[in-house]
Design a protein around this ligand. Structure first.
Ligand code: ADP
Length: 399
């Protein structure tokens, strides 16, 4: 039997998962997959480490299958087709750890109850994260499960970086800037320490640019400031989220335009960002291919906003030594990277067109004052690493 750990990232309509065996140098990627279209037309695909398709399945009665039912199907498939793996833990991405949870934790009844109370802070994500944990508790009650929080990486920032200019009582109640994408930032911070230890000790902005997008200002690998705040709506323009917005707009929409809170929520989370501005798509690749001038406008606004927020974070850091691009757009889109970097030329950043075009690990020129890098993120691996850190001592797992 090969010992293995599973990472799960359960969202509203999809569940991403990955299986890592326990190698001498840490988790080794063995398989990964995605269950998407939950509630509409679920589709499961999983691939082995070499890219071989292990399963590719649709369900006839798909629309009726709940998250729990699909997790049961997934479990059934895994125990039939991966019988040589002994799962020592399942690690979960849990979006919100609130004010208290700053480290990954073994799940028990008390933790689940405490995490339930945080659902109103992340209503679109947290309930699904917790539902997956509960479903697995029913399917495999003895299996250790670990909650890995997206907010944890930002937990130790200064009070100033976390405070809104609101009455103190609201801050004390938990209305503060938490920050998200922490699993991705933790992974990048650790990877940078290995690939470029000198830069890792310096002042770095990490640009996590995917469907969800944020920036993190790090000094010596620790979060100093970040663009997301109380929710994952704040900061950059995203695929369907608006990012930073004058709160007066929200008052206006409700008080003058008569929109309900639920409609405003849908507008801000699902109809804004690249989709709202372009009217074409939330997907950056589709926007690049579109001849519609509104698509070009959306692309331009995305880069302008990212550079503007980077400017604010450079101030929080008191300068900048490097910028790292990651996630779908950050890793693959030379046009967006160039557009952001050119707007940051005032920092002394000079991008190298040829290395940028091929998504090279270093995309700045040798005479650039600051270094620009591309580092692919791996949140699933981070969940596996963090989960093993929790269960190893608890279960006496030596490797
Ligand atoms: P999520 O936040 O859902 O994990 P991803 O990190 O997968 O998102 O990023 C999705 C975004 O990355 C989409 O806008 C997609 O168009 C973009 N993207 C992925 N590959 C490329 C590419 N080769 N060129 C440009 N954009 C890309």
């Amino acid at each position: 039997m090969t010992r293995a750990v599973v990472s799960l990232n359960a969202g509203s309509s999809s569940i991403k998962f990955a299986l890592f065996t326990l190698g001498p140098d840490g988790p080794e990627h063995a398989a990964a997959g995605k269950l998407e279209g939950i509630g509409i037309a679920p589709h499961l695909v999983a691939r082995g480490a070499d890219g071989t398709v292990l399963i590719d399945q649709d369900w006839d009665n798909g629309a009726r299958l709940t998250h729990e039912a699909l997790l049961r199907e997934l479990f059934g498939w895994a125990s039939q087709h991966l019988p040589e793996h002994e799962i020592v833990a399942i690690g979960h991405r849990v979006v919100h750890g609130g004010m208290s949870f700053a480290r990954p934790l073994l799940v028990d009844d008390a933790l689940l109850e405490a995490l339930d109370l945080l659902c109103p802070l992340a209503p679109l994500h947290q309930p699904h994260n917790l539902a997956a944990i509960r479903a697995i508790r029913t399917l495999a009650p003895a299996l250790p499960q670990v909650a890995c929080f997206d907010t944890a990486f930002h937990h130790d920032r200064t009070d100033v970086a976390m405070r809104f200019a609101l009455p103190r009582a609201l801050h004390d109640k938990g209305i503060r800037r938490y920050g998200f994408h922490g699993l991705s930032y933790d992974y990048i911070a650790r990877t940078l320490r290995e690939t470029d230890p000198e830069l890792a000790r310096g002042r770095v902005i990490v640009a996590h640019l995917g469907n969800g997008a944020s920036l993190c200002a790090m000094h010596d690998g620790k979060s100093v400031d970040t663009t997301m705040g109380f929710t994952a709506l704040d900061g950059l323009m995203m695929g369907t989220r608006c990012g930073d917005i004058d709160p007066g707009v929200l008052l206006h929409l409700q008080m003058q335009e008569g929109m309900s809170a639920a409609n405003v929520e849908t507008l801000l989370y699902k109809q804004s960002g690249l989709l709202g501005v372009s009217g074409v798509s939330s997907d950056m690749r589709a926007l690049h291919q579109s001849p519609d001038p509104h698509a070009a406008e959306a692309i331009d606004l995305f880069a302008w906003r990212a550079a503007r927020e980077a400017g604010a974070l450079i101030s929080s850091l008191g300068g900048i030594d490097g910028i790292i691009f990651t996630a779908g757009i950050g890793e693959n889109d030379p046009i967006i990277r160039a557009s952001i970097c050119e707007r940051l030329a005032w920092t002394g950043l000079i991008i190298d067109g040829e290395s940028n075009a091929r998504n090279a690990p270093i995309i700045s020129r040798s005479d650039s004052r600051i270094i620009a890098r591309v580092i692919p993120t791996d949140e699933e691996r981070m969940i596996a690493v963090l989960s093993l850190g929790v269960v190893r001592p608890a279960a006496g797992v030596s490797q």
